[in-house]
Design a protein around this ligand. Structure first.
Ligand code: IFM
Length: 462
């Protein structure tokens, strides 16, 4: 049998989650509502009006969950810190001790289990009162975020050595404030672009604070990126692809690396009346330099690609989309096309176009609803194949020189998929929401093999 492909020594294999998607315990230990609690209670926003009140009850079952991580041989766990547990109203002068204590215990237990904690500070659960103040479109939010980052990194910074300021600024701003699919559900381009700016600025200002509180730690940000391709060689399709790339990727990547907002996009947005002709109203002197703060890694979340045709560009319709529509076996339950080679190309492009020191895939995974068979086993063959093909693309990208040093599967377990509720199952672990029983799916058993020896075992080898 030929030698199997192997990841470089020290490559980090992990799994990822976020607070609102798994914790539950929405009113426990002083936690108050976030924008997602409000959104879920607003009719018509979330499938079946589901919510994160209980979710996977991880707030109470975290010990059991860490045992499962051990079974999966993962070296790292990426979680997020719920802002409304730490500063329930956003404005209090003293943080909520019970909230901080909970993350303290989680971190200690992870370290004891030999699992490196990776903390994300913002994964979308903004305390509702801060939204009432104006939310991300209001520049004052920057100071609030930096204060939250300061409190958390002061408390955990002696043990957490990997920090991610924000998860997916595109989603926060565009789905939250432009097309209204996510909390707080606004539909206003001006707000969305201001929100994006303040997310990035708060990242820039938080990084030095985290470094000061957590000396020697690695600090970065996670962007969700979606490679864009033109549906045909026509000039119009090429232009649609350029525009999508600017809207989704470059608008966030460029400021991350100290570059001004892409000039072609500013022009497009002016032509479309999304920003005034005089310029970007939210941009102040010095912002670009602050947003371009040096980081240790770029986190990327990768799920799919987009193929653009000039007559089918509609950003409000939640890109990505492919044209023609992929057939069922080419896509996941999210309707997202499975496109592993686009991941390789993206990694190589990032290395070529930006001064990235290190790239970490902070999320990659697929939703399929496969449940347990009569014997209790979850034979999620497609998810196993998905992970195999994407990890294989990672190896190819490394071979081509991309500085990729880690990979986190999304998600550790089935959880609350935002506006789509519990029907979309991304987990490596199956969660029975009635009983809260967890079952390692076949994909988890396979991933455990890969994580244990760094070898890309054939996907059918469980
Ligand atoms: O579940 C989400 C996660 O919260 C952020 N990245 C994409 C995932 C799948 O939609």
């Amino acid at each position: 049998m030929p030698d199997l492909p192997r990841f470089p020594d020290g490559f980090c294999f992990g799994v990822a989650t976020s607070s609102y998607q798994i914790e539950g315990a929405h009113d426990v230990d002083g936690r108050l509502p976030s924008i997602w609690d409000t959104f879920c209670r607003t009719p018509g926003k979330v499938v079946n009006m589901e919510n994160g009140d209980v979710a996977c009850d991880h707030y109470h079952r975290w010990r059991e969950d860490i045992e499962l991580m051990k079974k999966m041989n993962v070296g790292a766990y990426r979680f997020s810190v719920a802002w409304p547990r730490i500063l329930p109203t956003g404005f209090e002068s003293e943080p909520n001790a019970a909230g901080l204590d909970w993350y303290d215990r989680l971190v200690d237990a992870l370290l004891e289990a030999g699992i490196t904690p990776w903390a994300t500070l913002y994964h979308w659960d903004l305390p509702q009162p801060l939204q009432d103040m104006g939310g991300w479109p209001d520049r004052r939010i920057v100071d609030h975020f930096v204060r939250f980052a300061d409190i958390v990194s002061r408390r955990l910074g002696d043990r957490v050595g990997h920090w991610i300021t924000h998860n997916e600024p595109w989603v926060v701003s565009m789905l939250g404030y432009m097309n209204g699919e996510h909390a707080p559900g606004h539909k206003d381009w001006g707000e969305a672009l201001a929100a994006a700016h303040h997310v990035m600025l708060s990242h820039g200002r938080a990084v030095p604070v985290i470094r000061a509180n957590s000396p020697g730690s690695q600090v970065g940000i996670t962007l969700n990126l979606c490679p864009a391709y033109a549906a045909s060689p026509s000039e119009a399709d090429a232009d649609a692809s350029r525009h999508f790339d600017g809207f989704f990727n470059r608008w966030f990547l460029d400021p991350c690396y100290g570059r001004p907002y892409p000039a072609d996009m500013v022009k497009d947005y002016q032509a479309l009346g999304r920003v005034p002709a005089e310029g970007l109203p939210f941009l102040e002197a010095g912002d670009i330099e602050e947003m371009g703060v040096e980081t240790d890694f770029l986190g990327i979340n990768f799920y799919s690609r987009a193929i653009l045709r000039s007559d089918k560009v509609d950003e409000a319709d939640n890109a990505p989309r492919t044209i023609p529509d992929p057939t069922d076996d080419q896509k996941t339950d999210m309707g997202w096309e499975i496109a592993p080679d686009s991941l390789r190309r993206l990694l190589v492009r990032l290395d070529r176009d930006y001064p990235v020191k290190q790239i970490i895939i902070t999320e990659n995974g697929a939703a399929w609803a496969t449940g347990p068979d009569d014997d209790g086993r979850v034979r999620d063959v497609r998810r196993r194949d998905y992970f195999h093909s994407h990890l294989s693309s990672c190896l190819d990208a490394i071979e081509e020189g991309a500085p990729l040093t880690g990979y986190f599967g999304w998600s550790f377990m089935d959880n609350f998929e935002w506006a789509l509720g519990y029907g979309k199952r991304f987990g490596l672990i199956y969660v029975d929401y009635e009983t809260q029983q967890r079952t390692l799916k076949d994909s988890a058993l396979w991933y455990a093999r890969v994580a244990s020896d760094g070898v890309l075992h054939p996907s059918e080898s469980v």
